[in-house]
Design a protein around this ligand. Structure first.
Ligand code: ZN
Ligand code: ZN
Length: 86
């Protein structure tokens, strides 16, 4: 058993998450993992729980937020493969 580093719950199904920097975190739920690790959209400030969008090293929750950021490359980002252009 391991104790969740966010809420302190000692749960038999807690799990570890290893980040790109090599840190290992322990959580009892995906909610706690997202609370600690999920990036925050620069435009609307929600937690990015899906794939999100990375433009010029900045993170957004969706193509709309990337476009709204005024980033030069955000103009080219679309919400889904095969979306109708224009
Ligand atoms: Zn927790
Ligand atoms: Zn957003």
């Amino acid at each position: 058993m391991s104790t969740c580093e966010v809420c302190g719950n000692d749960y038999w199904m807690s799990f570890e998450v290893r980040t790109t920097s090599g840190e290992v975190h322990v959580f009892d739920s995906f909610e706690c993992a997202a609370h600690r690790l999920a990036p925050v959209c620069e435009h609307c400030e929600c937690r990015i729980l899906g794939h999100g969008v990375e433009v010029d090293g900045r993170f957004f929750c969706c193509a709309h937020c990337a476009r709204s950021s005024g980033s030069r490359h955000g103009e080219e980002v679309r919400d889904a493969v095969g979306v109708r252009p224009g």
